[in-house]
Design a protein around this ligand. Structure first.
Ligand SMILES: C[S@@+](CC[C@H](N)C(=O)[O-])C[C@H]1O[C@@H](n2cnc3c(N)ncnc32)[C@H](O)[C@@H]1O
Length: 261
């Protein structure tokens, strides 16, 4: 058995070395019908969403989409990610873990969590904390990477990546729909919508290929293999070429809390 991955240490280093890399990829991955995964995510909320907490905000790419919120707060553990968010003049921001949000019970009308729910260990504790800060009837929206849907034409890109890396990108948790819904139910959240879409990131230049590989969590992959994956991917560069970025959006509602409990 290979040694266990120390995900906490890996993620700390990864986000220190690549602040904003998730935004760099996701902001460029689009669909004609919904735009980016970020605009798709915020479309799940009302036009005036009230007080919004962006948990694990990273470089806070959601911030510009919340100009009509009564209040926005981005929370993340990574100093480097928060520094990049600040550079973009996005805020307010707080450095904190999802496991201990600096907010009172029921403070938020909405909690957003983009591309991070699968990183929380233990995820159940993170969900309880998110449910705690949400008011009754408040909305929780997550997006996370998934391997489906893809197009038949995407197989060439997937094969090029796999041949270079020799293994699939890793994540601390692979959440099935059912398991995620059950965990949320235990925390007091009811899933009301759940859907996956394929976005396409343009693969036109060598820099695009580099960005795709840089955005992947690859704790067991050597530098040489990463470089090989970039070169193999770059061979497919061209007008109209895309790397598939499949994303699942889950929308949930905080259950009514009986008064006095
Ligand atoms: C893949 S990035 C997503 C960033 C941003 N939400 C986006 O979509 O571009 C994951 C983020 O989760 C943050 N993170 C990981 N574990 C966390 C925790 N326990 N509490 C708060 N943030 C965490 C990382 O520092 C990183 O910024």
């Amino acid at each position: 058995m290979p040694p266990r991955i120390d995900w906490a240490a890996y993620l700390r280093r990864f986000h220190r070395e690549h602040p904003g890399i998730t935004e760099d990829l996701l902001a460029g991955a689009r669909r004609d019908d919904v735009g980016t995964a970020y605009t798709w995510m915020t479309a799940a909320l009302a036009e005036h969403p009230g007080r919004v907490i962006d948990v694990a905000c990273g470089s806070a790419p959601l911030r510009p989409l919340f100009d009509k919120a009564d209040a926005y707060l981005g929370v993340d553990v990574s100093r480097s990610e928060l520094a990049r968010a600040q550079l973009e003049q996005r805020g307010p921001l707080a450095r904190a873990s999802v496991m201990a949000l600096p907010l009172s019970d029921g403070f938020a009308d909405a909690v957003m969590c983009s591309m991070a729910i699968m990183l929380f260990e233990p995820i159940e504790d993170g969900l309880f904390e998110i449910a705690r800060v949400l008011r009754s009837g408040g909305t929780f929206v997550t997006i996370r990477p998934v391997s489906w849907p893809v197009l038949l034409a995407d197989a060439r890109i997937g094969t090029a990546l796999l041949r270079g890396l020799h293994r699939m990108p890793a994540l601390p948790q692979r959440l099935t729909r059912r398991a995620f819904a059950r965990m949320q139910a235990d925390a007091g959240l009811t899933v009301v919508a759940d859907h996956a879409l394929r976005f396409g990131y343009p693969l036109e230049t060598h820099t695009d290929a580099q960005r795709v590989v840089d955005a992947l969590y690859l704790p067991r992959v050597s530098e040489q293999r990463r470089r090989d994956a970039v070169e193999r991917l770059a061979r497919h560069c061209g007008r109209g070429m895309q790397v598939p970025v499949s994303i699942r959006r889950t929308v949930s509602v905080r259950n009514r809390v009986a008064s006095g409990t």
